[in-house]
Design a protein around this ligand. Structure first.
Ligand SMILES: Nc1nc2c(ncn2[C@@H]2O[C@H](COP(=O)(O)OP(=O)(O)O)[C@@H](O)[C@H]2O)c(=O)[nH]1
Ligand SMILES: [Mg+2]
Length: 423
């Protein structure tokens, strides 16, 4: 049964190939009756619905700026809310996944919170954990893709589809932390900047603040997410959100864009329009956000990563790329590196030995000098002692001579006295 089926398919394919060979131009054929491939879109829908969808949101903003509140408002639900401390040592990302259902559609929603963002005194490295998190999700997906046995069909895709960037309603300008972070993220994720707690500043201030932020983003070359306008069904609503406004920066005119919330439509009557954000994010553009993530941001990550690993589409001589050759080239490069490192280590060892030898020689010479000096001193001392001994001996001799002389003198004198007595 199965074999027969396969064979039939084979025949049909061969016929199709033959047709293509003889008729280079495409022929338009009209069908004799209803065949049924017009149900393809329905098949796709039903397959997608059974499979379910996933959507991942990253909320970047300091503690207490209103991230959790906005998430609850967006999805009309109460997600668990654990208040973060302001005294965090560093920034870490906390993902939480929820299974949501609306009608018969299942959505696996992941909300990633940046805990401790902007709370440290030194904010230099605050963006790093965020970049690392996004890259890790790309890497996991890439690893799954590169497996021989892939299961992308039921893979839980954790790649971030949208980054909501919360800007503090200061009314002045963007903090350098905000600019640096958005710049680091804009090639990795779809960014939508949001002015947090926009109800806390006056309408005119908000208006000026929005313009200021927009021109700062433009002048710093920060790419924010553009709502698609090429699809007829959504182009009108998206175009109205993508209100371009021209802002002057230096002497060049640049196009910038505004949203109806946060960094948004200047003429918006309500200060912070959650409903519009929800509509744009979830009802109209969720699929575009998912697509942009896969086709633009992930593709860029994948390309860089594969190139880094040595993959190419074609060889320099335009021949199809050979995995074997690349592997061998990489291996040769690696072995060369290893050899060079080994040689370096050996040289270093030899140098070290030479150095130590020289040091020892120097020490020996010093000791020798010291010994010689001591010897000289000793000889000098000996000579002095000898001299003293000679002097003393001479003195002793002189003394002895004197003593002898004195004795002979005293011997002759008593005789004289005796003589005198006798007289
Ligand atoms: N005025 C005002 N307060 C808000 C707004 N959003 C949140 N808040 C308040 O700000 C506080 C912190 O909000 P939360 O969502 O927990 O901040 P998170 O730390 O960023 O998750 C809460 O007391 C909220 O009620 C807003 O849009 N306007
Ligand atoms: Mg929170």
């Amino acid at each position: 049964m199965v074999l027969y089926h396969v064979f039939i398919h084979q025949c049909q394919r061969n016929e199709a190939v033959a047709l293509n060979v003889y008729n280079e131009e495409k022929r338009n054929l009209s069908l004799g009756g209803h065949v049924g491939f017009d149900s393809l879109p329905d098949q796709l829908v039903s397959k997608s619905v059974t499979q379910g969808f996933c959507f991942n949101i990253l909320c970047v903003g300091e503690t207490g700026i209103g991230k959790s509140t906005l998430m609850n408002t967006l999805f009309n639900t109460m997600f668990e809310n654990e208040e973060a401390s302001h005294y965090q040592n560093g920034v870490y990302l906390r993902p939480r996944t929820y299974d949501l259902q609306e009608s018969n559609v299942h959505l696996k929603l992941t909300i990633v919170d940046t805990v401790g963002f902007g709370d440290q005194i030194n904010k230099e490295d605050s963006y790093k954990p965020i970049v690392d998190y996004i890259d890790t999700q790309f890497e996991n997906y890439l690893q799954e893709e590169l497996k021989i046995k892939r299961s992308l069909f039921n893979y839980h895709d954790t790649r971030i589809h949208i980054c909501l960037y919360f800007i503090a309603p200061t009314g002045h300008s963007l903090k350098s932390l905000d600019l640096v972070t958005m710049k680091k993220l804009d090639s990795k994720v779809n960014i939508i900047p949001i002015i947090a707690k926009a109800d806390t500043i006056s309408k005119s201030e908000l208006h000026k603040f929005k313009i200021k932020i927009m021109s700062e983003l433009v002048s710093n070359g920060v790419q924010i997410y553009q709502f698609p306008t090429d699809d007829e069904a959504v182009s009108e609503i998206n175009a109205s959100m993508n209100v371009s406004h021209r802002s002057k920066w230096g002497n060049k005119t640049v196009r910038a864009r505004q949203y109806p919330w946060g960094v948004v439509q200047v003429e918006n009557e309500s200060h912070c329009d959650f409903v519009k954000l929800r509509e744009m994010l979830i009802r109209v553009n969720m699929e575009d956000l998912r697509e942009q993530t896969h086709a633009r941001h992930y593709e860029l990550y994948r390309r860089c990563k594969l190139e880094e690993m040595g993959f190419k589409d074609t060889d320099p001589d335009s021949q199809p790329f050979s995995l074997q050759e690349t592997y061998e080239a990489k291996r040769k490069e690696f072995l060369g590196d290893l050899q060079r490192k080994e040689e370096e280590m050996r040289q270093m060892f030899v140098n070290k030995v030479k150095e130590t030898e020289a040091e020892l020689k120097e020490k020996e010479r010093e000791l020798h000098d010291k010994f010689e000096q001591l010897k000289r001193m000793h000889q000098e001392e000996k000579r002095k002692v000898e001299e003293k001994r000679r002097d003393l001996e001479e003195e002793m001799n002189a003394f002895n001579r004197k003593k002898v002389a004195a004795e002979t003198l005293s011997l002759s004198q008593p005789l004289k006295k005796d003589k005198d007595k006798k007289k």
